[in-house]
Design a protein around this ligand. Sequence first.
Ligand SMILES: NC(=O)c1ccc[n+]([C@@H]2O[C@H](COP(=O)([O-])OP(=O)(O)OC[C@H]3O[C@@H](n4cnc5c(N)ncnc54)[C@H](O)[C@@H]3O)[C@@H](O)[C@H]2O)c1
Ligand SMILES: O=C(O)[C@H](O)COP(=O)(O)O
Length: 393
Amino acid sequence: MKEGKWDRKKYMGMELNGKTLGVLGLGRIGREVATRMQAFGMKTIGYDPIITPETSAAFGVEQLPLEEIWPRCDFITVHTPLLASTMGLLNDSTFAKCRRGVQVVNCARGGIVDEGALLRALRSGQCGGAALDVFTQEPPKDRDLVNHPNVICCPHLGASTQEAQSRCGKEIAMQIVDMATGKGLAGTVNGQALSKAFAPQTKPWIALARALGSVLRTAGKQAQGTPLQEAGSYLTPAMAAGMLAGGAQKDVTLVNALLLAQEAGLKVTTTHGDMAPEPDGSAGLLQVSLQGTPHRVVGTVQGSTPVLWEINGATFKQPAPLTGSVLIYRAKGSEPSTALLPGLLGKAGVQLQSYHSSSTVAGEQWSVVGLSAPLSDLSELKPRVVEVFQLHL
Ligand SMILES: NC(=O)c1ccc[n+]([C@@H]2O[C@H](COP(=O)([O-])OP(=O)(O)OC[C@H]3O[C@@H](n4cnc5c(N)ncnc54)[C@H](O)[C@@H]3O)[C@@H](O)[C@H]2O)c1
Ligand SMILES: O=C(O)[C@H](O)COP(=O)(O)O
């Protein structure tokens, strides 16, 4: 009408009263849709592998096996997550089992209704119409479905109300408060990793994984460039965060570290091996390797302090603490630590807090020096060592 038209004959509707609606997925949204459509006089049947028939009967949905649902429905609406098991839930074969002219609604996730099959069913008349809020690709580049005369669609607007967005904001704020106050995390991506990472007994291990990642980043930076495969435990994101810290990526967190590491092309493996508890309280070894390179660091936690046990095959006689300002270098024999360090630190006004040296491998030794502050200038040291770097952990 806004275009000045009065197409009374073109638009002929269909009563919902007395029609059968199949609701696939009877979670939060599926059941709300069912009860609302009952108000229009629709008969509601449905399927959900988790919700019991007794539960769904209480909100007026008769549950049936999918094979019995297809031929009974005038309308089908999907409200499942997109999973391997729900991808293409409506496909060529299931459309063929439906009543001719069945109408389909997908406001859940693109791909639950196979888009190719839907287009074929629309073109053949097997599907009488579709309402789509979601697409496999958003926005969809292939416009065939959008342009089909029997399709109505909108650009993923199902949650776009002032009220829903406001509730989302409040829920996120509540979850952050819950996390900060040590309460359980519900519905968070990486929730398991985060809740473990914040547990008091695992915090030092997170610090260790970060510290080892930082050591490995600096000792093995020339080896970057292959994709990351290994992921999973809460230690791996922490290690990845350590590897990426100070790099091009900003705001590396335990949640985004693995993704960023993948984007940066890092291929890292972590192994968390058990060992008999030591009298000092250490009870495991975390080993981090950069694949395709000889770089490997091993550490543990003593009390609550992360310590370096081994670097590239050289073990420390006493594990070296990885906290605060740490200077790490590799040198031939014990040079230059004994000769050069005291003078260098004195000049810089920096105090030596700890010194740990490794076993000698191929005539070279690693030293880990705990400092009261980082050294601003390593130029005197560089010619005397094979490699040197500083970390602030
Ligand atoms: N378009 C939008 O803007 C918008 C807004 C909110 C939610 N959504 C989507 O709507 C869908 C439903 O959301 P919800 O909050 O009701 O989720 P929910 O987790 O409460 O319910 C999903 C239900 O699907 C069921 N299910 C899983 N696999 C199934 C299968 N193979 N067959 C049938 N049922 C199956 C589950 O058991 C569960 O009961 C989700 O995909 C969600 O992402 C879209
Ligand atoms: O699942 C939802 O809440 C809606 O589809 C909105 O999705 P979005 O948060 O990805 O925009």
